[in-house]
Design a binder for this molecule. Sequence first.
Ligand code: PEP
Length: 249
Amino acid sequence: MRKPLIAGNWKMNGSLALLETMKQALTSANIASGVDVAIIPPFTLLMSAKGVLAESSLSLGAQTLHPESSGAYTGEISADMLTECGVSHVLVGHSERRTLFGEDDQAVLARIRAALDAGLTPILCIGETLEEREADRVETVVLGQVKTVIDDLSAEQRSRLVMAYEPVWAIGTGRTATPEQAQQVHAMIRAWLSDKDPALGEGMRLLYGGSMKADNAAELLSQPDIDGGLIGGASLKPDDFIAICHAAG
Ligand code: PEP
């Protein structure tokens, strides 16, 4: 049985006040104990979040990390620094990192390795652009992104990954994949993983991300191969985020 995970990616948004409001709202919302919930605020809030979220069941995530453990990398943050802030999860390969900051599959792999070495749970983000979908290249692109990472890891490392399928054309656009479109890609990823190792396919948590909202979450989350959500815009609104968490429970 895969436990659903709902993770809120705040991107370059939020404040200490929102963190406190969100924690209060989530803890009084009675989210089912069968659902994991993670908040992924910007770096500047992580150390405060460690204190705010202490004693709660909420997990803390970071939005990216640098592959090196320390050194002359002005502006960057390492896995050990995240660990010191109480972080347990880290996004790797989010499409905004890939497109705006030039992170290719090898850069993504280096970050996955650094996260795993530090004992963090990486959430590997994968997904095709609209152009790639229209050119009928979803399978090639998505499985190519998955393969680069999976083929380089040991069975133990693979078992500690979470994946998020996020069609790039659905992120922040209000245009969601239909439940059928999302399920089809999730099933394809799981089949590929199962081919490699049945336990890997069975155990991998595959989240969907891309304009998941309070009003479409239940249908997406009821698909057999969708094990949770990576939520952008709606994770900044406590009522909407809570509704999505309830839909997963
Ligand atoms: C995201 O940033 O991962 C995301 C899914 O954003 P949104 O929910 O706003 O589309």
